[in-house]
Design a protein around this ligand. Structure first.
Ligand code: H79
Length: 788
């Protein structure tokens, strides 16, 4: 529950509940559920002894710390701060029934049960308020950042006695039904579909004390959740056995191959801008003219086994290839039309997809297929009159590829055409799952909504932070095209590949990295070289990547953290510039052991104040190419979440100093103040942009332990014709500067402004414009206070 309920604390009481879920085929859909079913095994969430299966969530201004096990009961005491925080399940649930017993003593207000809770703490909150005049419960649902009270009801429970609560959440939009002591008290449907179909179950005590009654507590026992099989997938992709291999795999190869490879980025002898596989669209080529590429697609050098081996050498665990891209060309002998490799090209008698599926199986690589819903070649799809004609043909092609190649993944794309809608997406998702129930499907099967398919698909970008309880995969090119382009040599480096993989793994995602073979069937030598070089690192350090997820800790400036059970992997992307200097790690739990993943040399760990340790890399670390991995043991495996920098700044808390006493105040930890258009943007490194209004300013907090002098540095970029005067204020001290153009909005430069001396206490650090400027003031990446 959150405080934004509109003034009054909404009290609640009781109970927890929860759940979540569901698939597209919900309560009122016109379609039949693909698998409505038997309940799945019940998960017992509180056995009277331990809180296994739960973790304290650092959301809603608390850390969940007030929950305790006492005499076989789960107890949430009231506490004066109104900040109990959430006790949440470590796993998410889809459609489910949550059952528990609760006893309320006194008036423990503002407590409740969250269902489908997201990492930020938003969820359907079911509350039973306890008031002397009877009980009124509510459902609160987040809406545009606020909590809307969607429904209230009367529901009396027996005070100081055990009560049963049963809650069922199904469908998408969600329907929540609640029974109190066997009596149905709630039947609520969310008409706005504001939350995804999975999330964790949470309990909260969020009030009590003061005028609400000082001596109050809630006790729970027999808490259990029974997942229901009413998702289209029949399960929860975040946790199911079905998706286990994909969640563990982390790194895959994307292959874009079709007749566009024969154009290689040229049409009529002239280079065409944009991605190679888009040439038909970019150069406005009519279907009949485009067909002239087919005779030039004759990949006699195609060696599927070599491709699969390359994926393996690269450390990749799966491969997804275009069975049909936007140009409609089928890379396999379809019976649906003649626009395919067997009927339109000289490459007859062989089936590229069959060869690759077999080769992948032989090399232990999972095989998946890309399929474009948009089709520039099929006249009915082009006209957008696709329902009665093209859509059945598409389904038939999908039936062909699923039955012939048994793909582990279906990667849809081109779903943005206006004639494709969510209902068609659900129908298609149910259709492909009926042909292969364990297939993993991306969210572009529908309209890329949270509830479509199994996972999200950021393209050419890495999310700024972990997406939390959702599956996702970043797909990316190795140069600037997916399909082969002869002239595109803008290759990423092998180091860049490793850094991106670490960044993605540190945020809990998968990485699908593309190659575009040419029309002879060869993967460009540069691609192969980069992948193998990066692969040497990935294979040697795979323990820190495969089967891991993100850690609920702030990402350090020097690298990324992944987690597996009670092991934390610190992937050091930037070793200390000063030899022997430590790396600071923000962690609240004790670290019992630390060593290099490669070689096992001991890493010294020194306490660095509350909530942080310093890691001292041994000599051997510098021998490691690309990135050193430190393996840390955190006994018990339950990491206490540590709030992000942005969350701490928002709460007015100082950010921690680096090991040497300096502060790196990065854009992603700042509070953007003053209203106006200021915005956090940027790819791998965030910056504050849209600084077009002098009212907008930026703020962080620091709290040096002793009086200190700092050199103030600002890392910024500025396009010609922009920029202006500004000041950095650290508590009582101010230094001024001028943002001069640096050559472009992405040409970052570090400007040293002067020094400030400040006493030992909490200070706000702000950056403000000090005079008029035209256009934008700057793109600000960081302010550094370098300890003198
Ligand atoms: O297959 C690769 C690309 O060919 C394909 N997806 C990857 C995996 C791709 N198609 N388009 N794009 C990538 C980017 C283009 C997006 C646009 Fe649109 C299409 C801009 C306007 C139409 C989709 C709909 C994005 C914005 C609106």
């Amino acid at each position: 529950m959150t405080d934004i309920g509109g003034g009054k604390t909404w009290a609640t009481l009781a109970t927890a509940v929860a759940l979540l879920a569901a698939g597209p085929v919900g309560a009122q859909g016109q379609q039949k559920p693909a698998s409505v079913g038997k309940p799945l095994p019940t998960v017992r969430l509180f056995d009277g002894k331990t809180l296994s299966g739960w973790e304290r969530k650092a959301v809603h201004g608390g850390n969940g710390g007030i929950w305790a096990v006492q005499n076989g009961l789960l107890v949430g005491d009231q506490e004066p701060e109104h900040k109990g925080g959430l006790l949440g399940t470590t796993r998410s649930f889809g459609d489910a029934v949550i059952e528990l017993e609760f006893k309320a003593v006194g008036f423990p207000l503002d407590s409740g049960l969250f269902l489908r809770t997201q990492p930020n703490g938003n969820g359907y909150q079911l509350t039973i308020d306890i008031k002397p005049d009877g009980s009124v419960g509510s459902i609160y649902v987040p809406s545009d950042g606020f909590v809307a009270q969607d429904k209230t009801w009367k529901a009396k429970y027996r005070e100081s006695d055990w009560n049963t609560l049963k809650a069922e959440i199904t469908g998408q939009p969600a329907r929540v039904r609640v029974w109190l002591n066997g009596q149905q008290t709630v039947d609520f449907t969310d008409t706005k579909e504001r939350l995804p179909r999975t999330g964790y179950v949470g309990l909260q005590v969020h009030g009590g004390g003061g005028s609400w009654g000082a001596d109050s507590r809630i006790q729970y026992r027999n808490v259990r959740v029974t997942p229901l099989a009413t998702n289209v997938a029949g399960d929860d992709p975040l946790t199911s056995k079905r998706t286990q291999w994909w969640r563990d795999a982390k790194y895959g190869m994307f292959v874009h191959w079709g007749v566009y490879a024969a154009a290689a980025g040229y049409w009529d002898g002239k280079p065409v801008s944009g991605a190679g596989e888009w040439i038909m669209n970019t150069a406005k080529i009519a279907p009949t003219a485009y067909e002239s590429l087919a005779p030039k697609f004759h990949p006699t050098a195609y060696d599927a086994r070599a491709w699969a081996r390359l994926a393996k050498d690269a450390g990749m665990k799966y491969l997804v290839i275009t069975s049909k891209h936007h140009d409609g060309f089928a890379l396999y002998p379809t019976k649906v039309n003649r626009w395919n490799v067997a009927d339109a090209t000289p490459f007859t008698g062989r089936d590229p997809l069959k060869e690759l599926a077999d080769a992948c199986r032989a090399e232990g690589i999972r095989f998946g297929l890309y399929y474009s819903i948009m089709d520039w070649h099929d006249p009915d799809a082009v006209r957008g009159k696709a329902d009665a004609s093209y859509v059945p043909r598409m389904k038939e092609q999908l039936r062909e590829v699923i039955t012939r190649y048994q793909p582990s993944v279906l990667w849809f794309d081109g779903e943005w055409v206006d004639w494709w809608d969510e209902a068609k997406g659900r129908d298609l998702e149910a259709y492909v799952r009926s042909l292969k129930p364990d297939v993993i499907v991306n969210n572009r099967v529908g309209k890329r909504k949270l509830t479509d398919g199994d996972y999200e698909t950021p393209e050419q970008e890495i999310p700024r932070a972990a997406l939390g309880e959702r599956l996702w995969e970043t797909c990316m090119t190795l140069n600037d095209t997916w399909g082969y382009k002869r002239d595109d040599n803008n290759w990423k480096s092998s180091e860049g590949v490793v850094r991106r993989l670490a960044d993605i793994a540190g945020k809990g995602g998968n990485f699908l990295l593309n190659v575009g073979p040419d029309a002879t069937g060869v993967i460009p030598a540069e691609s192969a070289h980069i992948l193998r070089e990066a692969g040497a690192w990935v294979r040697a350090n795979g323990e820190a990547i495969y089967g891991t997820t993100y850690a609920p800790l702030p990402a350090p400036a020097w690298g990324r953290l992944t987690r597996k059970g009670d092991t934390l992997y610190a992937i050091v992307l930037d070793r200390p510039k000063t030899p022997g200097a430590p790396l600071r790690l923000e962690i609240a739990d004790p670290v019992s052991k630390a060593s290099l993943l490669r070689g096992g040399a001991t890493v010294r760990v020194a306490a660095a104040g509350p909530g942080a340790v310093d890691l001292y890399l041994p000599e051997a670390a510098s021998a490691e190419p690309l990135a050193t991995v430190v393996k840390l043991t955190v006994p018990g495996g339950a990491l206490t979440p540590v709030r992000s920098r942005a969350e701490r700044t928002a709460a007015g808390e100082p950010l921690p100093a680096q090991a040497n006493g300096s502060y790196a105040l990065s854009a992603d930890g700042a509070a953007l103040r003053g209203g106006g258009p200021l915005r956090l943007e940027g790819d791998a490194v965030s910056n504050i942009g849209y600084w077009t209004d002098a009212k907008g300013y930026v703020e962080w907090f620091v709290a040096p332990e002793r009086p200190a002098t700092y050199a103030v540095e600002v890392e910024y970029a500025c396009e010609p014709g922009n920029g202006g005067p500004f000041a950095v204020q650290v508590g009582p001290a101010t230094v001024g500067g001028k943002a001069e153009p640096t050559g472009g909005w992405q040409s970052y430069r570090t400007l040293r402004l002067g020094t400030v001396s400040v006493p030992a206490r909490r200070h706000a650090v702000t950056v403000k414009a000090t005079g008029p400027f035209s256009g934008g003031l700057m793109n600000l990446r960081a302010v550094r206070l370098v300890r003198q």
